[in-house]
Design a protein around this ligand. Structure first.
Ligand SMILES: Cc1cc2nc3c(=O)[nH]c(=O)nc-3n(C[C@H](O)[C@H](O)[C@H](O)COP(=O)(O)OP(=O)(O)OC[C@H]3O[C@@H](n4cnc5c(N)ncnc54)[C@H](O)[C@@H]3O)c2cc1C
Length: 387
């Protein structure tokens, strides 16, 4: 049941093309994803043809250059699309279907065109899966300390080391891997495009709290050889490329968290209208409707902040500090909404199949991935001139 007050497509700042994009995606998500969401998550995967379908409506390449197979779109449009996709209340689908979005920008901006262009086209056409491999078991937040090493070999680059918690890591046809090529610290890191079929690459599926239909993997590189022209960007200049990627990732994670919060509110509201206790619907009990209004109160201003930041990003403004704060606030709103929704749903909300139950399990990754809350607070402190 759709709550008009929380429907982002009603936001007064959207222009007609942004609204039209959302209106086009909505029935696709309602018909092709929502009825199967629980089943796919329990099965630990979604059908591979969904990727092709998503490509055919332009979703996979949204916001990326047309000559690379992408679909031109501004940041607010990407926010609208993420919001619509996440209305299915299936975080693993958003993570896995869109995992390439965190690895393609460096390829577009700095990769060897002859190597990257055909690969990007295949990814945006839903024919290949892309993943980003930065995090290592020894530490994710402190990217500058990563240890996986790439050394120059006669026929290319030889990569040895490991990566951890990599989204789409099992399925990926191409992985953009950050490896040390120079001295310690941020200055000695380079990016390499590693085909999934490379010898010396092994993958292990990891089991996790939520996002079940998204494969998360540990990757092991043992003298994994890639050609010279698979170095993406200049040698030892990978750190800057990784950092440039983060703002869009964080803003879209905020959009996702807000959308998941709305799903929880709507599920709780629908239940509260039909469930009767003590001769009245839950909604007729003041405490319950106060709870639901409290959830709306937390989420509504975040939607406006989201669109406002998106609009300023589209104007070319640097909003890194505010994006960091918004991502944290959105994660907390998702956590609180899932928690309160399950309270309203009672035991039925604790059962598998309830969207709020699934979202409750998916909250933590939104507070850890793409920059953990503590790291983003520190970033905001710097960006906002506090220190
Ligand atoms: C489901 C899932 C999917 C993921 N997908 C990917 C992916 O596709 N690619 C990829 O590269 N990575 C991925 N990650 C990894 C993710 O980016 C990292 O988990 C994240 O960067 C945090 O790193 P960490 O888990 O090693 O935590 P750590 O860096 O060890 O931090 C642990 C805790 O300490 C806090 N902390 C650390 N340093 C400080 C400090 N200086 N001050 C205060 N607090 C601090 C952190 O905020 C955190 O709460 C994924 C993670 C998950 C869970």
């Amino acid at each position: 049941m759709q709550l008009a007050a929380l429907d982002l497509l009603n936001h007064h700042q959207l222009n007609p093309s942004q609204r039209a994009l959302g209106e086009a995606l909505r029935p696709w998500v309602e018909e092709q994803i929502m009825p199967f969401a629980s089943h796919w998550d329990e099965a630990g995967e979604f059908p591979p043809q969904l990727r092709k379908q998503a490509a055919s409506i332009g979703l996979l390449g949204l916001g990326f250059p047309e000559d690379m197979g992408g679909t031109p779109c501004d940041m607010v449009g990407r926010i609208v699309a993420t919001t619509e996709l996440c209305r299915a209340g299936l975080g693993g689908l958003n993570a896995s279907l869109m995992s390439h979005t965190i690895m393609v920008w460096p390829l577009i901006a700095a990769g060897d065109k002859a190597v990257c262009e055909p690969i990007l086209k295949r990814i945006f056409a839903g024919e290949a899966v892309g993943a980003l491999g930065v995090t290592e078991a020894d530490g994710g937040s402190d990217v500058a300390q990563l240890k996986t090493r790439a050394t120059a070999a006669e026929s290319g680059w030889s990569i040895s080391g490991s990566k951890m918690y990599i989204t789409s890591g099992v399925k990926a046809d191409y992985i953009l891997v950050a490896a040390r090529t120079g001295a310690g610290g941020a200055g000695g890191i380079s990016l390499f495009l590693v085909p999934g079929s490379s010898s010396g690459l092994e993958r292990q599926l990891l089991h996790k709290t939520g996002w079940w239909c998204s494969d998360t993997a540990a990757l092991y590189f043992d003298n994994c050889l890639v050609p010279h022209n698979h170095l993406v960007g200049k040698l030892d200049h990978g750190f800057g490329l990784i950092m440039q990627n983060f703002n869009a990732e964080r803003l879209l994670m905020a959009a996702a968290s807000i959308s998941f919060a709305v799903v929880c509110i709507e599920e709780a509201w629908a239940w509260a209208q039909q469930r009767k206790t003590f001769g009245r619907t839950l909604m007729e009990h003041q405490v319950i409707r106060q709870k639901i209004v409290g959830m709306i109160e937390q989420v509504l201003p975040l939607q406006s902040w989201l669109i406002d930041i998106g609009t300023r990003v589209d104007r070319g403004e640097a909003c890194a500090g505010e994006i960091a704060l918004l991502k944290n606030a959105a994660g907390k709103a998702m956590r609180d909404s899932a928690d309160e929704a399950i309270q309203v749903l009672g035991a039925s909300g604790y059962m598998r199949g309830s969207r709020s139950e699934r979202i409750y399990r998916e909250v933590k990754v939104m507070m850890i991935g793409g920059g953990a809350n503590e790291i983003l607070n520190d970033l905001a402190a710097k960006q906002l001139g506090l220190i």
